[in-house]
Design a binder for this molecule. Sequence first.
Ligand SMILES: CC(C)(COP(=O)(O)OP(=O)(O)OC[C@H]1O[C@@H](n2cnc3c(N)ncnc32)[C@H](O)[C@@H]1OP(=O)(O)O)[C@@H](O)C(=O)NCCC(=O)NCCS
Length: 144
Amino acid sequence: MAFRVKSITSFGDLKGLLVIHDATWDKSTGILDLLRSSTSCYLVVDDSEKVCAYAFIEVDAGAGGFAELNDIAVDPEYRGRGLGRLLMQRIMHDFGWVKLLASASKPELLDFYKDMGFHQEGVFENYYGVDEDAIRFSWKKSNA
Ligand SMILES: CC(C)(COP(=O)(O)OP(=O)(O)OC[C@H]1O[C@@H](n2cnc3c(N)ncnc32)[C@H](O)[C@@H]1OP(=O)(O)O)[C@@H](O)C(=O)NCCC(=O)NCCS
């Protein structure tokens, strides 16, 4: 099976990413905030154009030049097959400087970002709720 990265080009793409968002974040209405605040969205599709992963990016001109990864999710059936890495590599190639927040209570997620070359910049205590800290990660291309 071959996978490729693309942007949203059809209503089917939008529905496909919504299915993954619902499965990952328990039908949270946070998708509306993601659509409002993000400036671009990357998808991974398979040979049949099925959406297998997505990532939302926000570039705020006043924020200092980095791209914020607002959300990334891979269809649960496709996790652990390199699609998250594929998306991150494309985003890192396109932006050169990327920051994100990740839950401190998900060690496998922290490993994922460290494996991608991100380093911990700080901790936002109780960011997601009581005793639910967020880790601030950053990655910058060496000559960016
Ligand atoms: C986090 C997520 C995007 C990773 O995508 P993925 O396609 O499953 O990850 P990949 O298969 O591309 O893995 C890439 C690398 O990350 C590391 N990694 C991935 N999952 C890991 C795990 N459970 N434990 C340790 N390392 C892991 C591995 O080192 C892997 O390297 P390898 O390819 O050499 O094995 C995906 O698991 C997901 O959608 N999770 C739920 C949503 C979420 O938490 N999003 C983050 C919002 S901040």
